[in-house]
Design a protein around this ligand. Structure first.
Ligand code: AQP
Length: 336
């Protein structure tokens, strides 16, 4: 596929650090499909980010290919978008090193994700976890990205990428495009079903806290039935009703209904009926994706072929930017 100079560029990715959830889907992946009609799109499986937390190597490999299958099953077209694995394109790590030298310790210390993940992994607060946002900045800046479709939890990292780009451009002249986050109105942050004060996360130890994209219909309905709500009985979007607000958001994402419409639909009905409706809407919404995934995942050579071709294409684009950066910072070019 040819990238057009007239179109804006999109970059986004997901870590294969667990079974992808409806949080990853509604906050990010679901919005990628439409963008590929109007933009040059790169969608990456960011495996290098995943090892900031310990991973089982065989599982990581399996999930990396599975994540690609989920991208395609969600409607990302290999003929229109470049889908690739981060570790297949060495320029990501190379640019990340350079950007580390233009990122301040204080900036990285303020990142909410670093604080959250350090608290969760107190025995493994490694340097990679700390510098995760500079690798993410490299992912984005390598491709002249204009827009980064992400959930709201990643907004702070995209803002840091902007700051790094601006700082670099100020020193060396126009080099990087300064990217913007692209965050959906509904679904920007899906919360845990077990603790609606917390973001839904694929690496949560409590499997009842998230809906995995590949959960069976029965599991989805059972998990929604157990979802934490409140002692009220009224389906209403209001302050202090975090659990219900979250379920209404999920229902809205899968049905397209507004909060007012949902309130009217469940007027006079109890939480049990509402939770069942959310579970059914979610299971119905995921069914086509699950069917496509099941066909794709058994065709390993098809998936590997896509990754191999696309890694070459991404590497070509990335190498051009990396060479420019190396020249600007004063690295001596190797004689050809
Ligand atoms: N709960 C969420 N609501 C909305 N968007 C979300 N995203 C993640 N969780 C939610 C968005 O999904 C994209 C990919 O995320 P990621 O895999 O790169 O890392 P993450 O944000 O740390 O996601 P998880 O599921 O919480 O992973 P773990 O448990 O491994 O840390 C991003 O666009 C993110 O905003």
């Amino acid at each position: 596929m040819e990238f057009s100079k007239d179109k804006k560029t999109i970059f986004s990715g997901v870590q294969p650090s667990g079974n992808l959830t409806i949080g990853n889907y509604l906050g990010a992946i679901k919005n990628w499909q439409d963008l590929q009609e109007t933009h040059n799109c790169l969608y990456c499986v960011v495996d290098m980010h995943a090892i900031t937390v310990r991973q089982d190597p065989a599982e990581l490999r399996r999930r990396t290919l599975g994540t690609l299958a989920i991208y395609i099953a969600s409607g990302i077209d290999p003929e229109k978008s470049i889908m690739f694995v981060q570790s297949h394109v060495p320029a990501h790590a190379e640019l990340a090193w350079v950007l580390n030298c233009y990122t301040m310790f204080g900036e990285l210390s303020r990142m909410t994700q670093f604080k959250d993940k350090s608290a969760k992994n107190a025995q493994n607060i490694n340097a990679g976890l700390f510098t995760y946002p500079t690798l993410m900045a490299a992912d984005i800046l390598l491709y002249g990205t204009d827009l980064v479709p992400v959930g709201v939890d990643q907004k702070q990292h995209v803002e840091l990428a902007r700051d790094i780009a601006e700082r670099f451009n100020q020193i060396y002249g126009d080099t990087f495009v300064v990217p913007e986050p692209y965050i959906p109105q509904t679904g920007r942050k899906i919360f845990s079903l077990a603790d609606p004060g917390k973001k839904m996360s694929k690496s949560d130890e409590n499997i009842n806290s998230f809906i995995a994209l590949l959960d069976s219909r029965d599991t989805i309905i059972r998990k929604f039935k157990r979802a934490v709500t409140d002692s009220d009985t009224c389906v209403r979007y209001a302050e202090g009703k975090d659990g219900i607000n979250n379920l209404m958001t999920i229902y809205s994402c899968f049905t397209g209904k507004t909060m007012d419409e949902i309130e009217r639909e469940f007027d006079g009905k109890g939480y049990a009926e509402f939770k069942l409706a959310v579970g059914e809407a979610c299971a119905d919404g995921l069914e086509p994706l699950q069917k496509r995934y099941n066909c794709l995942v058994s065709d390993r050579s098809y998936l590997e072929g896509i990754l191999s071709n696309n890694a070459d294409h991404a590497a070509y684009l990335a190498r051009k930017m990396l060479s420019k950066v190396y020249r600007k910072v004063g690295f001596l070019a190797k004689n050809k």
